[in-house]
Write a protein that binds this ligand. Structure first.
Ligand code: SF4
Length: 240
């Protein structure tokens, strides 16, 4: 197949976010990764649900599907299993990942289709007037921890504002032969001032060099550190 021009997956329109929304960094990181991969736009499908994170594919070229809450990962996995010639990206906010999408997370982790689950974690349900998603009764663990517990074979973490690093993780995740999750911490500047990019950068640390990438228990232990925003690949293992 003939590669598309280098800028074919670059943002083409605005997803209509607030002017200083942190999700813009995630959009830039995904676009950057796709340009580096030289992925033809007809082979890209982005699946997303409602909410601010779900608007991200509106800034991408390629195909996009917007689905009801909780179905993002399910639809993406079905597509990935049926059409292995496509690169499938499921995009959700932490609200969906922690709640309505939780059952699908475990089913996908068990089956392991090749896809990227990109979670934009700002700790906010912005479409519910800024409720704190971590305060929901059903939302105990963080997104990284949930993905590792669900047996995703590749799990990486970063912050959306660090677009260059995030693009690196996203590309590695999309080239991984299995189910990959990338959790990007993002700032909702409208409802959550403490979640600013500056505060996240202050808490960011690179994943320790001595951490073996195939050590799931070690990855879980890192993911449970609430005082650190990790930047790097926490888990990368071969499927048995
Ligand atoms: S409400 Fe928050 S998450 Fe939604 S677009 Fe505005 S800044 Fe971004």
């Amino acid at each position: 197949m003939k590669p598309a021009p280098q800028d074919s997956t670059a943002p083409s329109a605005s997803p209509n976010w607030c002017a200083t929304c942190g999700h813009a960094g995630a959009l830039g990181a995904l676009a950057r990764a796709l340009v580096a991969m030289r992925l033809p736009e007809e082979r890209l499908v982005c699946v997303s649900g409602p909410g601010c994170a779900g608007k991200l594919p509106r800034g991408m070229r390629g195909y996009r599907l917007e689905v009801p809450a909780g179905l993002t990962l399910t639809v993406a996995a079905g597509l990935a299993m049926q059409r292995r010639d496509l690169s499938v990206v499921a995009i959700a906010g932490d609200m969906e990942a922690r709640t309505a999408g939780l059952l699908a997370l475990h089913a996908v982790g068990k089956r392991g289709p090749k896809l990227l689950y990109l979670i934009l974690d700002n700790g906010i349900a912005a479409q519910s007037a800024g409720s704190f998603s971590e305060a929901l009764p059903v939302a105990g663990a963080g997104c990284l921890e949930l993905c590792i517990q669900a047996n995703f074979a590749f799990v990486a973490s970063g912050i959306a504002a660090d677009t260059e690093s995030a693009a690196t993780f996203i590309r590695e995740a999309m080239e991984f032969e299995g189910s990959a999750a990338v959790v990007l911490r993002s700032a909702c500047t409208t409802f959550h001032d403490e979640g600013s990019d500056l505060a996240m950068r202050a808490s960011m640390q690179a994943v320790p060099r001595e951490h073996p990438a195939d050590d799931a228990l070690g990855a879980l232990s890192l993911a449970r550190r609430s005082d650190v925003v990790w930047s790097g690949v926490l888990l990368k293992r071969r499927r048995s």
